[in-house]
Design a protein around this ligand. Structure first.
Ligand code: ADP
Ligand code: F6P
Length: 472
């Protein structure tokens, strides 16, 4: 089997026990590399004063981690700048938050060139290269310019926006054109794939669009099977591969930790109150403020439930150097304080708010303890928390997932989750009420539908599907 080279913005190194850190990308890609070995290249997460030296290599079993530092200027322009102040808000349909700066765009392309320069000397002719996420869209184009002819795949972990949104980005055409240098472009859902094909057609780029089996692809009638595309003078494939989790591992973990001390301490501290849980990076795309509004509305509409429920919001800080994230961190902290001040009593705190990362085990135990999982993104590529919440439930007494229809996971969890529209406070408040009062038999029926899908299409399945298609 040919060697696999994975490239992502960050390289999430495993901990002392060999476990990958939290996050879908980290867990998923570790499982692919562990199976067959290979190289994982990316940024250390550290900044240096001077131009960074040659990459450092760390061996861990069959995996070699190739780590590169970046200068503060690189991080400001590429990561805090173009990636997280232009691509992230635009791909999440937040045109109002996009801050376009020519200097940052140049930094984004400069760091992609740096990654290409670092990668080329390591390559062997039959290596398969798998590039991840919005930080590295131009990487394949840079590699092609350096004569690389290897198979190169790309997977986008976040949504792809409709044409009218994408075209508001000043250099949208450069970004679209750069993607055509890949052999296979993977999206989370068939909506994203449709949006992407729509962008190509509206840009007049897609001269021939054929389904994977050779049929003509028509927008709005895409089966999700994928498309062969000829655009900008290149031929490539694009398809939807919804990312999964390590379902069996998460099920085992949550059952194991249920009787452990920290989970029991949490249960005791609840004093019989029903737990409603939210777990997210502190990101404006996650709809945390809208969720707290809906919870408050639920308390206002249901006076009898006051004092009988507790909401736990776990939200580690993220991208704090980006002004929009900093502003949101302050706003959520204030909002939690206000809700607690308005509705709390001397022996009841309506919202517990924690700004920390928790271990996978504790997270699994808390999900299992919760009666309701509130996952309310305004837009999300997939949302792995939704899948982890389902996998962590006790089959004999499962909690209910309240899920935004704007999460990629909604496509797979239809029929199991209680859907909500996070922009509609009243409707989300009713969904919370419906979840809290749902009879056991209905909870089990819904949970079984969801867990069957998650067991079947887990992260290993996702990896096999994607790499099988790329190698083919
Ligand atoms: P995103 O990739 O945008 O952060 P996802 O929901 O897809 O969103 O993935 C988030 C991942 O990070 C999940 O695996 C989740 O368990 C993990 N995570 C989120 N918050 C925490 C936390 N407080 N502690 C530990 N892990 C967390
Ligand atoms: O899922 C989107 C993503 O940007 C991943 O690429 C990344 O691992 C995760 O969110 C966390 O983001 P960051 O690396 O900016 O902290």
């Amino acid at each position: 089997m040919s060697r696999l080279i994975v490239v992502s913005n960050r390289v999430p190194l495993p901990d002392r026990n060999g476990q990958p850190p939290a996050g879908g990308l980290a867990v998923a890609v570790h499982s692919a590399l562990k199976a067959n070995g290979g190289i994982w290249m990316g940024w250390t997460g550290e900044t240096v004063e001077e131009e960074p030296g040659p990459p450092t290599v760390r061996e861990d079993g069959a995996i070699s981690y190739v780590l590169t530092d970046l200068t503060q200027r690189d991080v400001d322009e590429y990561y805090n700048g173009f990636a997280n102040r232009v691509l992230w808000p635009i791909f999440h349909m937040r045109l109002d938050l996009a801050e376009y700066a020519r200097r940052e765009m140049a930094g984004y392309f400069r760091v992609n060139r740096l990654f290409a320069d670092r990668l080329v000397p390591m390559l062997q002719p039959d290596d398969v290269i798998w590039v991840h996420d919005y930080h590295l869209i131009p990487l394949a184009d840079e590699l092609r310019k350096r004569g690389v002819r290897n198979r190169i795949g790309y997977f986008l972990h976040i949504p792809w926006p409709p044409a009218d949104i994408l075209f508001a980005m000043p250099i949208y055409d450069t970004i679209l054109r750069a993607l055509s240098a890949y052999d296979l472009i993977g999206f989370q859902t068939d909506y994203d794939l449709e949006n992407f094909i729509g962008c190509l057609q509206r840009d007049g780029a897609g001269d021939t669009l054929r389904a994977a089996d050779g049929r003509q692809v028509t927008i709005g009638n895409n089966t999700g099977a994928g498309a062969r595309i000829a655009a900008y003078g290149r031929e490539f494939a694009a398809a939807a591969f919804p990312i999964g989790i390590d379902t069996a591992g998460f099920e085992r973990l949550s059952a194991k930790v249920a009787t452990r001390e920290p989970v029991q301490a949490m249960r005791q501290s609840l004093g019989g109150r029903a737990l409603i849980i939210g777990v997210d990076r502190l990101d404006y795309s996650k709809g945390i403020q809208q969720r707290i509004d809906a919870y408050e509305r639920f308390l206002e509409n249901n006076p009898a439930d006051r004092g009988r429920v507790t909401m736990l919001q776990v939200a580690p800080k993220s991208r704090s150097e980006v002004p929009e994230y900093k502003a949101m961190q302050d706003a959520v902290a204030t909002q939690c304080g206000q809700v607690n001040g308005r509705h709390g009593t001397i022996d009841w705190v309506p919202i517990r708010y924690v700004n920390r990362s928790l271990t996978r085990g504790l997270l699994a135990g808390l999900y299992r303890e919760a009666r309701v999982g509130l996952v309310t993104p305004l837009r999300d590529g997939m949302n792995l928390v939704a899948k982890e919440f389902v996998a962590a439930q006790d089959p004999a007494d499962p909690g209910v997932l309240v899920l935004s229809r704007f999460a990629g996971a909604a496509r797979e969890l239809a029929g199991g989750a209680v859907f909500c529209n996070p922009y509609d406070t009243e409707q989300t408040a009713s969904a919370i009420g419906q979840a809290l009062s749902m009879p056991l038999e209905e909870r089990q029926r819904r949970w079984e539908r969801m867990i069957a899908r998650l067991r079947d299409y887990d992260v290993a399945h996702w990896c096999r599907d994607y790499l099988g298609a790329l190698r083919a």
